[in-house]
Design a protein around this ligand. Sequence first.
Ligand SMILES: O=C1O[C@H](COP(=O)(O)O)[C@@H](O)[C@H](O)[C@H]1O
Length: 247
Amino acid sequence: MTGHLVVVHPTAEVLAEATAARLLTRILDVQSVRSPVHVVATGGTVGIRTLAAVAANPVRDAVDWSQVHVWWGDERFLPPGHADRNETQARDALLDALDLLPAENVHAMPAAVGDLDPEGAANLYASELAEHATDGAPVPEFDVTLLGMGPDAHVASLFPGHEALRATGASTVGVHGSPKPPAERVSLTFEAIQASREVWVVAAGAEKAGAVAAALGGAPRDEAPAAGATGTSRTLWLLDAAASSEL
Ligand SMILES: O=C1O[C@H](COP(=O)(O)O)[C@@H](O)[C@H](O)[C@H]1O
């Protein structure tokens, strides 16, 4: 597919290590020309494994973490600190180890507290995104957006055939009835994702091979949401051999 670079690594372990190294290099490259750097983190198996690999990579000490903002592509709408929250897993894998990353630069999506519902959480997050954007844009121009992908080709919490896929005029959306637990989630919309300079879809495992082939083979994004995950300057598909086996 035009404009997409597909990189295949032999195993999920190498994929996570290589993506971590690539992410650190991307942050350093951006910091050589501008600050702050806006990074969108993902949940999911290979996404969290990648963050753990960043934590273990000595190059992390070359980054000026005081000038990095961390956002999320989606969140499972659960109570604060819940083990299944993408935020909790990212903090455990990496963020808590970054002493120089200011707490106010970690922009977790709101957790399920009190009367807050996914729509309310989405609205709060949209306001936070807008506060850090420039020129009246709804979101910062993300330097890199990492997206894991499910076997159904979902990215963030945008699931095939789901109404959240069709959200327009908003940067975030509350999600109900997710086919993957938990049912309630908060997600960036396609509009927000597509405002990223670079989008990296990261996937490992044979169970993802059909979804990879569909998304890269021209399936509509309503059927294969990952097909709509594109960046303004670059879109990377970072795969292990098993996930690429149907290409
Ligand atoms: O629930 C989610 O799933 C996807 C993919 O997860 P994986 O374990 O199949 O890699 C993830 O990208 C998303 O952020 C997360 O909320």
